[in-house]
Design a protein around this ligand. Structure first.
Ligand SMILES: *Cc1c(COP(=O)(O)O)cnc(C)c1O
Length: 431
């Protein structure tokens, strides 16, 4: 008798039979619990925007929208995804340091809520595009703050960055409103970094961002209709980390939000969350093809690897730390052995887990990399060795749905063009 990993009652082996491996499986109920775990506690004035960057699957985006999430996008296709997922334009914001003219034009033509601008030349371009259309562009300023709150994972403030406009530079632009008549300056955005696992850091960031937004709008002379406090809320992946406590977080954050709200009752408040919303709900499922020993270490060679899950190589760290992993089809067997779990790529970096404690692994076993619903395949070199995209399956209300087909060889060959060497003027000397 072996206990098996299930998603809403469907055993993972059944999902693997139906959809094949490697695949990403998302649990819609986990997604819902994650969202409402925060939503139900957070001051209702603070809106939650889903950062599509973390998981741009249109069905994931649409399900989150049905819960009440809005959309924060950073590319033309993410914008199209959000619209296709059913987001009305007034619930979409677009940010990113290198927006193209085409992307900015699409923001204006779609009539999204705010373009978050990240440089002075971008402001000039948006101004030009808006005036040529006879409209005013709703623009929020992304600020690269002078301060950095310590312990905030990948810290963004207080350093030279390609993101946002330096705080000191912005405060000197006192004629910004007059300079760009095509811009409707309406808000401020600050993103302090990712993978934050301290409630106090989130609270302190938020307070400082509110303060900065107030001072900036007063100095530059525009009304504060929106403040986007970023987010960067993390999830625990590795030994020694622990998850944020939504209860503790909101207990400390809500008074800060309420305080600002009392002074600015009309201002729309935004928190952008990617990883926090989707990571926990996803499992990367690979099947073991071969097991072998090498110089005293055990290797389980699986059909999927870091080309689908680059984050598993190690996030922001030179030391390899393992994501939580289990043998999904034998959950109740004790993890008495150490295994290197590797993929099919011809590079030693294709290691999903190093010296992972697992039960004895056999060919055909399904290994799951948990908490993998964020920064999976889209943040990975899916074309390396031409393996392509894995299948993605969303299980909701007890039923599995294929939400992305795996790439087939023709998908990968389709966009290449074969130029005959003769057409290149080369003599074909092959025998
Ligand atoms: C990446 C990013 C996010 C999402 O970050 P998470 O850590 O996944 O929540 C939000 N806002 C900005 C500006 C980002 O660059």
């Amino acid at each position: 008798m072996t206990r098996e990993f299930q998603v809403q009652g469907t055993p993972v082996s059944e999902l693997a039979r139906e959809f094949g491996t490697p695949m990403f499986v998302y649990d819609g109920a986990a997604l819902r619990d994650r969202f409402f775990g925060l939503r139900d506690r957070l001051d209702p004035a603070m809106e939650i925007f889903f950062s599509l960057k973390a998981n741009p699957n249109v069905s994931i985006c649409s399900l989150l929208r049905s819960f009440g999430a809005r959309a924060e996008v950073s590319s033309l296709v993410e914008l199209m995804t959000a619209r296709r997922a059913g987001h009305p334009p007034e619930n979409v914001i677009f940010l990113g340091p290198g927006k193209s003219r085409q992307e900015l034009a699409a923001c204006l033509d779609e009539g999204i809520y705010a373009i978050v601008c990240e440089s002075l030349p971008e402001l000039a371009l948006v101004d030009e595009l808006a005036r040529s259309r006879g409209v005013r562009a709703p623009v929020a300023l992304r600020v690269n703050p002078s301060f950095a709150v310590k312990r905030s994972g990948l810290a963004m403030g207080g350093k030279p960055r390609q993101f946002g406009i330096d705080e000191t530079e912005l405060f000197a632009q006192t004629d910004l409103v007059e300079r760009y008549p095509g811009l409707d300056l309406m808000g401020v955005q600050v993103y302090m970094g990712t993978r934050i696992l301290s409630e106090d850091v989130v609270v302190e960031n938020t307070g400082r961002i509110f303060d900065l937004a107030e001072r900036l709008s007063a100095t530059l002379g525009f009304g504060l209709r929106m403040v986007d406090v970023g987010g960067g809320l993390g999830v625990a992946y590795f030994d020694g980390e622990s998850d944020l406590d939504a209860g503790v977080l909101t207990e400390r954050l809500n008074p800060v939000v309420g305080d600002f709200r009392a002074r600015h009752p009309e201002t729309r408040l935004i928190m952008e969350l990617g990883r926090y919303l989707t990571a926990e709900a996803g499992t990367y499922v690979v099947a073991v093809r071969y097991v072998k020993d090498s110089m005293g270490e055990r290797f389980a060679v699986a059909d999927g690897g870091t080309h689908h899950h680059m984050a598993a190589v190690g996030i922001g760290s030179f030391v390899k730390r393992n994501f939580p992993m289990t043998v999904l089809n034998r959950l109740d067997e004790p993890a008495t052995e150490e295994w290197n779990v590797t993929g099919p790529l011809c590079t030693p970096n294709d290691t999903l887990g190093k010296k992972v404690a697992l039960p004895s692994v056999r060919p055909g076993d399904l290994i799951g990399v948990h908490r993998s619903g964020a920064y999976g395949p889209t943040a990975s070199p899916v074309l390396f060795l031409s393996h392509g995209y894995p299948a993605e399956v969303l299980v909701h209300e007890g039923r599995p749905h294929l939400v992305r087909e795996r790439d087939v060889p023709e998908d990968l060959l389709l966009r290449q063009r074969l130029v005959d060497p003769a057409a290149l003027g080369a003599a074909d000397v092959s025998p």
